[in-house]
Ligand binder design. Structure first.
Ligand code: ZN
Length: 67
């Protein structure tokens, strides 16, 4: 059996330990989109907070999705 060492990370918001899921097909680590803590669920747990609100502008996002 193949042994894989995974890195664990902590939520930047609440400190809850997060661990990834290994995708068997691509052998890549999939990190959760939101914090595992049900009371936190921060989408920024693994990211620096985005300070420029324009990046999260829904209109802009829509345009990008339409291609
Ligand atoms: Zn959290």
């Amino acid at each position: 059996m193949e042994e894989i060492t995974v890195e664990i990370r902590r939520c930047r918001n609440c400190g809850t330990i997060q661990w990834p899921r290994l995708d068997a097909k691509t052998k890549t680590l999939l990190w959760p989109n939101v914090c595992k803590n049900q009371k936190c669920k921060s989408p920024y747990w693994n990211k620096e907070r985005v300070r420029d609100p324009a990046i999260w502008d829904p209109e802009r996002k829509k345009k990008q999705m339409q291609g």
